[in-house]
Design a protein around this ligand. Sequence first.
Ligand code: GTP
Ligand code: MG
Length: 261
Amino acid sequence: MAYLKRVNAVQSYQTDAPPLYVAGSIIMAHDSNTLYNSGNILHGMTRISEQEIAEVLHMADDLQRFRMLMMKYECAIAEVRTKLENLNRDMSLKYQRNPFESIKSRLKTPTSIYDKMKRRGLEVSYDSIAENLTDIAGVRVICSFVDDIYMLADCLAAQDDVTVLQKKDYLAEPKDNGYRSLHLIIKVPVFLADETESMTVEVQFRTIAMDFWASLEHKMKYKRDIRNPETVSEEMRFAADLINQLDHRMTQIREKIDYVE
Ligand code: GTP
Ligand code: MG
């Protein structure tokens, strides 16, 4: 028996086993104690529609597999980070500069996985999640220079245990809004105690300036009350062009510095 409750305020909630799981606005657990122990959020437990119950129960059955899946994606992120960090070590010794400034990574939250599956009209189940989402594991590499983006991406893609499933070059062909980045969807093996599984990771490469732009643009997307959205979009496109010019200018300056040395 699973216990279900609708919540508004709680976005994510974690507890030790037995599992309590938050998917969108629904909390589920395999037993009532887990919910009771979780305190306040139990108050006002209500029934939800039959269809929602069926859907969430299906997810509850998949819960242990889902946790395993997330653990494997976590391992995949660690693998990719190590690969990039090793490239950085090698290149900084050889060329006296770091090809990237920083790496960020994130595991998609259960809430965000649930929302994306719903948005795409897909069934929310283990198999469907594993099959349809390619960005559960996300790694973002922030470089100083555009040529380092291609160099790093090529080196990563050339590794024996890396398979590139998709490459989107928004540097060569920026999106209409001005977005620039290089996206790779890759598969990397994850070695566990009694199995090896190939996991999908989305890797985004961009410059510091492009990252600055993308985070502002991302914020803009979630703001519904912007006055003159068309003017703002136009300004964002203009800023994206300036950033592109700046990135190229910085590369030229670096080349001059390198040449003098
Ligand atoms: P999603 O459904 O959002 O994953 O997009 P997609 O499957 O069409 O793939 P795409 O490679 O275009 O985008 C993947 C990710 O790149 C997004 O989830 C964002 O993190 C980032 N991204 C893509 N386009 C934009 C954009 O216009 N602005 C910003 N800020 N980020 C973007
Ligand atoms: Mg995506």
